[in-house]
Design a protein around this ligand. Structure first.
Ligand code: PBG
Length: 328
């Protein structure tokens, strides 16, 4: 390559049109999956304190929120449920009348084009707050698989377009694939939370979903943050077990994992820009310590640049709004 003064990389940075021409990564609304928290009752729209702009929504408000998101170009949502009752086995998770199952039906009615993805994990539904069923103080992996499979089947029967197992139980993808196929739902794809780390960045989510573990932590099933080779093993296994898409979570502190996954696997890779990542941006922006909009776009762009095909983010709706306004 010819060097300076022949080569001047600044030539293509001179104005916005040139910069856009050579832009390598661009976020669009269709990249984004918008997580939503749904709760029983009517006329409830309660803001989650550490997550300004994100709410626990009753079904009436959920429809409204989904409608607005669709208007702005969002094409998929991820549902989390806050049950009426929690118990040791997380019964509402796989009750046909459970809140998530009900929400799926309502969204399919009101916004049939919206892709509805459901989280498959027991932690929001168990009284102990762990992602599986207990045997004493330990999580019983194989007993949990049956419940996760049942949960996924119920969600798919209710009309979920995709299921996303996040409990980090060994074998969960194949248990769910087998159960869906047996129930005749061979077309429902699985987005596996494959490399899900035991992370402090989930703190605000546990306020939102009221799902903090009542004893211990999730380190016995979620991944240890120092490990990247192990993440490759998790992803490889999930693909073998039948995952259609895989995920790295959280996103920002794990961009190296995301990039490695992108390089190694040809399956679509999603990244979850989690609650704590969102809360930090909101808190700093509210103090006017950072420019919230600029930093949000920079973060999402970095996640896409690192290799994400899809990004789950609480910023989805606001970003779609900015993108829509730019087009006008
Ligand atoms: C369920 C689940 C969690 C998140 C997504 N699915 C919580 C957890 O594992 O503690 C976290 C999402 C976020 O922080 O935004 N297991």
């Amino acid at each position: 390559m010819a060097r300076f003064p022949t080569t001047r990389l600044r030539r293509l940075r001179q104005n916005p049109a040139l910069r856009r021409m050579v832009e390598e990564t661009r976020i669009s609304a269709s990249d984004l999956i918008y997580p939503l928290f749904v709760t029983h009752g009517r006329d409830t729209r309660s803001e989650i304190p550490p997550m300004p702009g994100i709410y626990q929504l009753s079904l009436d408000h959920l429809i409204h929120e989904v409608g607005e998101a669709a208007q702005l170009g969002i094409e998929s949502v991820l549902l989390f449920g806050i049950p009426a009752h929690k118990d040791a086995r997380g019964s509402e998770a796989y009750d046909p009348g459970g809140i998530v199952q009900e929400a799926i039906g309502v969204i399919n009615q009101a916004a049939p084009e919206m892709t509805v993805i459901t989280d498959v994990c027991l932690c929001e539904f168990t009284d102990h707050g762990h992602c599986g069923v207990l045997d004493g103080q330990r999580i019983d992996n194989d007993a949990t698989l049956e419940l996760l499979a049942e949960m996924a089947v119920r969600q798919a029967r209710a009309g979920a377009d995709m299921v996303a197992p996040s409990a980090m139980m060994d074998g969960q993808v194949s248990a769910i694939r087998g159960a869906l196929d047996e129930a005749g739902m061979v077309e429902v794809p699985i987005m596996a939370y494959s490399a899900k780390y035991a992370s402090g960045f989930y703190g605000p989510f546990r306020v939102a979903a009221k799902s903090a573990p009542q004893f211990g932590d999730r380190a016995g099933y979620q991944m240890d943050p120092p490990n990247i080779r192990e993440a490759m093993r998790e992803i490889a296994l999930d693909i073998e077990e039948g995952a259609d898409m895989v995920m790295v979570k959280p996103a920002l502190a794990y961009l190296d994992v995301l990039s490695a996954a992108r390089g190694r696997f040809d399956a679509p890779v999603a990244a979850y820009n989690v609650s704590g990542e969102y809360s930090m941006v909101k808190a700093a922006a509210e103090n006017e310590w950072i420019d919230g909009r600029r930093i949000t776009m920079e973060i999402l762009t970095s996640i896409k640049r690192a290799g994400a095909d899809a990004i789950l983010s609480y910023h989805a709706k606001e970003v779609a709004g900015w993108l829509a306004a730019e087009r006008r």
